[in-house]
Design a binder for this molecule. Structure first.
Ligand code: TYC
Length: 102
């Protein structure tokens, strides 16, 4: 038998530290938003480098969608809302959505 009575008890009652579920922010392609604008939003809101931002943008452009990054739910939703607002404020239909990781 391994472990003391104490550690057996602890294993039963000590709550496991729960890692919060992470949420994906997903970039959706559209036919109107300029590539440079998408890249600028990815850099400013999501703190991607020029190279990362360009790759994410071109992936969404070619495939229709691209995962930008994963965050806790609150951060993901705030960043997606900020990025959507940047598009809206500039008259572009740029869209970001969020969904939970499996
Ligand atoms: N498809 C756009 C264009 O050709 C560029 C673009 C890329 C827009 C990715 C949105 O998520 C997007 N100007």
């Amino acid at each position: 038998m391994s472990g003391t009575a104490d550690s057996d008890l602890e294993a039963k009652v000590k709550p496991k530290a729960q890692r919060p579920r992470l949420w994906k922010v997903i970039l959706l392609n559209d036919d109107f938003t300029p590539r440079e604008f998408v890249t600028a939003v990815l850099k400013s809101v999501f703190r991607l480098t020029e190279d990362q931002a360009w790759r994410v943008m071109i992936t969404a452009h070619q495939k229709g969608v691209c995962v930008v990054a994963v965050y806790t739910r609150e951060v993901a939703e705030t960043k997606a809302a900020d990025a959507n607002e940047a598009g809206r404020a500039n008259g572009f239909p740029l869209r970001f959505t969020t969904e939970p990781e499996d």
